[in-house]
Design a protein around this ligand. Structure first.
Ligand code: SF4
Length: 150
């Protein structure tokens, strides 16, 4: 027998959300608690290879340790060190979080938060094709998994 779900069980974004990156670079700026880009070992390795550095050198030069030992990309003057104008200098190996913006758990928690943290500053969230809920869920899971990896 097919399982039916109540409307109340669905996330507020169950009908999908429009999104198409407009390359504004705004998501590469720090905004309160939102602008931290965590980089696990696999992501640091990919970035180090792109920059022809050892993982240790990359980690030392371009990341900062959080209290819990996790590493985040270094930001200077409120922006990611890899942001050049509005372009990402490490686009081909950028971290999962950068690829999955704005489908992060903390900003999708409720529509009010999404409005405040995403739609108010990200032009891509107001344009583009509808991203289906299944794809949003997939990106949410990928982001959470990357955050748990060390
Ligand atoms: S790595 Fe690239 S996409 Fe990610 S925050 Fe830095 S500049 Fe932006």
């Amino acid at each position: 027998m097919a399982v039916t779900r109540n409307k109340e069980d669905q996330p507020w974004w169950a009908d999908g959300l429009p999104f198409s990156c407009q390359q504004s670079g705004r998501c590469c700026h720090r905004r309160g608690d939102i602008g931290y880009v965590y980089v696990n070992y696999r992501e640091r390795k990919a970035l180090a290879e792109q920059l022809s550095l050892s993982v240790a050198d990359f980690t030392k030069r371009f990341t900062v340790a959080e209290d819990n030992g996790a590493r985040v990309l270094r930001f200077e003057e409120g922006r990611c060190v890899f942001l050049d104008g509005v372009s990402c200098q490490v686009h081909s190996s950028k971290p999962v979080q950068c690829r999955t913006w704005p489908f992060w758990q903390e900003v999708l928690a409720c529509e009010e938060t999404y409005e405040k943290e995403v739609r108010s500053m990200c032009p891509g969230s107001r344009h583009g094709p509808l991203v289906p809920a299944a794809e949003i869920s997939r990106q949410l899971e990928e982001t959470e998994q990357a955050l748990w990896d060390v």
